[in-house]
Design a protein around this ligand. Structure first.
Ligand SMILES: Cc1cc2nc3c(=O)[nH]c(=O)nc-3n(C[C@H](O)[C@H](O)[C@H](O)COP(=O)(O)OP(=O)(O)OC[C@H]3O[C@@H](n4cnc5c(N)ncnc54)[C@H](O)[C@@H]3O)c2cc1C
Length: 417
């Protein structure tokens, strides 16, 4: 076996693990299937790189739901404040947006990644691109396919940071599941997280939205709007924001905020209903006062536009989702404007999702992030079994788990040498 440590996967988690080890004088070889590292990280920068969140750590940790206890030891070693200081150390300033989310001042990922890779190269990390890891030889060496043929690499410890299964064209395709299972890990099924949904087909062609709605409004945002969803415990959860109408359903930040609950509800019941408040600034009484006001010869659309400002995509949604009888009943119409039911049939495929739920379970790992069934093999990042909403929680947990895996390897090396 080689003397150094191999890291497979050059996303934020793998790069952070490499940094921790290289800073401690450990010889690191980093492999990635793609021609360059950090491709998803760069994509994340396109919409404004949301690094972390400024809320108090206690509230921050609740975003990890059932995995809060597993992630607490990792994130307590690399907190949102540590993350901001680390970014500052790479020469990039950060700021807190109005929502409490933290961004680099220029909102971009590329300058940060450039500075980070420079630091890693200076520290001696060796990068091996276009190396797709496929498993182990009988002698325990890592096996890679490369454009120049198959390659074997021996290492005294290995960190896998292979990401989830979304946006496969950027490198993380979830193909590692069978290898990890063969290595004795329990792997929770990979599922879409922070994802869009298809609406339940209602029309005769069974294709979700009607052609007129799709053709005129697909790709357009609906805002402002509030979404209400009934949780598993019967509790109603409401949040205001915006989302986008897609060809077959809905996606965007407000939908992502509810997506884990909606996905789980669909798994339980086959479908789920969200309720849209198209006029979140109006009370039901105010809306009712306007819908029941005599409108004379004016059409319903003209009336709703002039009295309530409902037009365009919101008006089209009412026509799409309500029957003529419901539209004609001015009292009931007010109720629907405040709580328009939209039935969702299924999440969009995991490849389209922002992130992936499921992965290597924490129960398969020891306190050093090492696979219990395969000493010397460590895992970190999105390939672990946790999920979180958007808001900087994903990158924070990936970086923190990368640091933890790096420290875990160091402890392992100290113990065996
Ligand atoms: C559109 C979009 C926007 C996002 N925006 C944000 C944001 O603003 N804030 C935020 O916190 N998070 C955001 N995320 C999520 C965040 O980018 C990911 O959670 C994070 O990149 C995961 O890091 P990772 O290191 O675990 O995996 P990845 O970044 O997925 O890296 C995994 C690496 O492993 C490599 N790999 C996989 N399999 C193999 C193999 N067999 N052999 C060799 N190499 C392999 C891949 O090529 C890849 O380079 C966004 C995601 C998307 C898709």
């Amino acid at each position: 076996m080689g003397q150094g440590v191999a890291i497979v996967g050059g996303g934020p988690a793998g790069l952070k693990a490499a940094e921790v080890l290289a800073q401690q004088g450990v010889c690191v070889d980093l492999f990635d299937a793609m021609p360059s590292v950090g491709r998803k990280f760069l994509l994340a920068g396109r919409g404004g790189l949301n690094l972390t969140h400024s809320e108090p750590l206690g509230a921050f940790m609740t975003r990890f739901g059932g995995r809060q206890a597993d992630l607490t030891p990792l994130i307590s070693q690399f907190t949102p404040d540590d993350l901001r200081a680390w970014v500052q150390g790479l020469g990039i300033d950060t700021f807190v947006g109005t929502s409490g989310r933290v961004f680099p001042t220029d909102m971009k990922a590329a300058p940060l990644l450039r500075a980070w890779l420079h630091r890693l190269r200076q520290a001696g990390v060796r990068f091996h691109m276009r190396h797709r890891w496929t498993g182990w030889s009988d002698a325990g060496e890592l096996l890679f396919t490369t454009p120049n043929g198959d390659v074997r690499h021996g290492a005294c410890a290995t960190i896998l940071a292979l990401g989830g299964a979304s946006w496969a064209r950027l490198g993380s395709d979830g193909a590692w599941v069978s290898q990890l299972k063969d290595a004795g890990a329990a792997v929770a099924p990979l599922r879409p997280a922070n994802c869009g949904f298809d609406v339940l087909p209602t029309g005769p062609d069974l294709s979700g939205w009607s052609d007129p709605l799709r053709q005129r409004f697909a790709g357009q945002p609906i805002k402002p709007v509030a979404l209400t969803f009934e949780g598993e415990d019967g509790q109603l959860i409401r949040q205001q924001g915006e989302f986008v109408l897609t060809d077959s359903g809905v996606e965007g930040s407000l939908i992502y905020a509810f997506s884990a609950r909606i996905r789980d509800a669909i798994e339980r019941a086959g479908q789920a209903t969200i309720y849209l408040d198209l006029l979140p600034a109006h009370t039901l009484m105010q809306v009712q006062a306007e819908t029941t006001r005599p409108r004379g010869p004016r059409s319903l659309s003209t009336h709703l536009k002039s009295r309530l400002g409902i037009q365009g995509i919101k008006m089209a949604l009412l026509h799409e989702c309500l029957t003529p009888a419901e539209l004609a009943d001015s009292r009931a119409l007010a109720g629907k404007i405040k709580a328009l039911p939209i039935k969702l049939a299924c999440p969009r495929p995991v490849d389209e999702a922002i992130s992936t739920a499921g992965g290597v379970t924490f129960e398969s790992l020891d306190a050093n992030s090492m696979l219990k069934s395969r000493p010397g093999l460590f895992c970190c990042g999105e390939m672990l079994d946790w999920e979180a909403p958007t808001g900087g929680y994903l990158l924070t947990a990936c970086l923190a788990s990368g640091k933890a895996a790096g420290l875990g390897v160091k402890a392992y090396l100290n113990a065996i040498t």
